[in-house]
Design a protein around this ligand. Structure first.
Ligand SMILES: [Ca+2]
Ligand SMILES: [Ca+2]
Length: 349
């Protein structure tokens, strides 16, 4: 080998070694948690203080298996938290959004429209926890059309209502707020159609192809409310005044590669907002200070979820240095419900 060629070979080897040490991390999703048929439809997720991820499994894709909440250990092992009791009239239950309250109990949206019931039968439930075990399930609020995300913040629990009127165009949706102190006696019964005083935020979705409104939700470090408008593929921010009422409404980001905005999580360290994009089979990061969207991963529709590819992702959850992504795999718009059922993982960046 000539000296010049040797030098080129050496430089190439050094470049490969440097890339291997400090190059970009592969963003391709992997299977984080392979779910058996008993947990065939994963959706809402929240990280507990015990570092378990708590996951809602409405199991609407194969409801011969009852709806459950499960939890995922740091070694990605599955255990059951609770089997949810059925709605007394519909005979179904469909847990979606989930969050821990300051009392250590789980607050869970039961979205009856997932089971075909859209006569204001959806609810907010509380799973009473004691020493890591579920000991009771209480009905706190009834009368939602499509209760979806749940966020506990301060003295209240917030619930997104994905539609306030299924026939209206553009379609209204919004956010309800309930003080924990209201949950003493009988369940709160909502007035329909946006008339209830618990409704603090209302906005519209103009995309007629995806008539899906308020969806994922969270709070930033300053206590501002962040909400996804699914059909319009946007992230909204609402500020509160000193009286606790919402005083401003701004669009943080819209589009820029986002085809829908489903579940979200705010990174407690960086403030970045991570969003599952159900329609786009992708996961995005939004910088709320600039509104810039970075697509962290995207794959084609109907991937099957093979090898961890996204298969209609509906929710994200952040743990350690990973983004967990629940693939709800609903058979809509060209997607088939198919095995594997799973939670994907991506490196957090
Ligand atoms: Ca699929
Ligand atoms: Ca699948």
């Amino acid at each position: 080998m000539k000296t010049g060629t040797m030098w080129i070979v050496c430089l190439v080897l050094i470049a490969v070694w440097i890339a291997g040490c400090g190059g970009p991390v592969s963003m391709e999703p992997k299977i984080g948690v392979l779910l058996p048929e008993a947990y065939n439809t994963p959706d809402g997720m929240v990280l507990g203080r015990d570092n378990f991820i708590y996951v809602s499994c409405p199991n609407v894709n194969d409801d011969s298996y009852p709806a459950k909440i499960i939890k995922i250990s740091s070694q990605n092992k599955i255990s059951e938290v609770v089997t949810l009791p059925l709605h007394p009239e519909t005979g179904k239950v469909a847990p979606l959004g989930i969050d821990f309250g300051p009392d250590g109990h789980l607050y869970v949206a039961d979205n009856q429209s997932m089971c075909g019931f859209s006569e204001h039968q959806s609810r907010l439930l509380r799973v009473v926890m004691r020493e890591g075990r579920a000991i009771a399930v209480q009905v706190l609020v009834t009368g939602f059309l499509q209760s979806n995300a749940v966020s506990c913040h301060g003295d209240s629990v917030y619930v997104t209502e994905t539609s306030l009127d299924l026939d209206a165009s553009p379609m209204p949706s919004g956010v309800y707020r309930f003080r924990y102190s209201e949950f003493r006696g009988e369940p709160v019964q909502l007035q329909p159609g946006g008339a209830d005083p618990h409704l603090i935020v209302k906005f519209y979705t103009s995309n007629e192809a995806w008539r899906v409104g308020a969806n994922g939700m969270g709070f930033d470090k300053e206590g501002n409310l962040l909400v996804c408008n699914f059909g319009d593929a946007s992230l909204l921010k609402f500020r509160f005044g000193p009286d606790g009422n919402v005083k401003s409404h701004e669009v943080v980001a819209k589009g820029q590669g986002m085809e829908s905005t489903d579940g979200l999580k705010v990174c407690p360290k960086t403030g970045m907002v991570y969003i599952a994009d159900f329609v786009g089979n992708s996961v995005h990061k939004v910088d709320p200070s600039t509104g810039q969207v970075t697509t962290l991963w995207k794959n084609e529709n109907n991937s099957g979820g093979v090898g961890g590819l996204l298969d209609r992702p509906s929710e994200v959850c952040l743990r350690d240095d990973k983004i967990y992504v629940a693939n709800i795999d609903l058979p809509l718009e060209g997607n088939e419900y198919d095995a594997p059922h799973m939670i994907s993982v991506l490196p957090l960046r």
